[in-house]
Design a protein around this ligand. Structure first.
Ligand code: S3P
Length: 171
């Protein structure tokens, strides 16, 4: 069983994924980290030197390579579900969970962590990027098997998913 965590930048996919992997005793994989180690450079450099289209192609490739992992928690990038039929592929291949974090919490987090996120380097305000990208992406995210709406940043989302997972798999 593979669980794919999806959601906007700053929704806590990696943090939640690590915690969830601990609860379930599963290996954890972070798609952005897999891409960086395959390309031997940071996501920012890939965007800068090779362009977003190239990044999306590698992302789709690296995503499909997760098929080799029999059990894993996989934290995706914020854009992963929206390109190359990735959402359909993930839904066919495992369980997908959308972390639907309120915009004000995303904004708070992304204002602190904008530097290594090329999608935020557009010259417009972070709030405007969140609003426009989220409205483009929501229809992809909402195709997930499970939608979680943490109302504050501290709710124990990983425990919640692990409980759902136990119900879904019948253990
Ligand atoms: C992106 C999100 C990033 C990373 C890349 C593009 C996006 O991942 O994949 O910078 O398009 O939203 P995080 O959601 O982990 O920041």
């Amino acid at each position: 069983m593979r669980i794919y965590l999806i959601g906007f930048m700053g929704s806590g996919k990696s943090y939640t994924g690590r915690r969830l992997a601990e609860y379930l005793g599963y290996p954890f994989a972070d798609l952005d980290a897999l891409i960086e180690s395959r390309e031997g450079k940071s996501i920012s450099l890939i965007f800068e030197q090779d362009g977003e289209e190239h990044f999306r192609a590698i992302e789709a490739d690296v995503l499909r390579a997760t098929q080799a992992l029999s059990t894993a928690i996989i934290a995706c990038g914020g854009g992963t579900p929206c390109y190359h039929d990735n959402m359909q592929w993930m839904n066919d291949q495992g369980m997908t969970v959308f972390l639907d974090v309120p915009e004000n919490i995303l904004l708070e987090r992304l204002e602190r962590e904008a530097d290594h996120r090329p999608v935020l380097q557009t010259g417009t305000s972070i709030r405007a990027v969140i609003q426009s990208k989220l409205s483009e992406r929501r229809s992809f995210y909402e195709q997930a098997h499970l939608l979680l709406k943490p109302q504050d940043g501290n709710e124990d989302v990983a425990r919640l998913i692990s409980q759902h997972h136990l119900v879904i798999t019948g253990h």
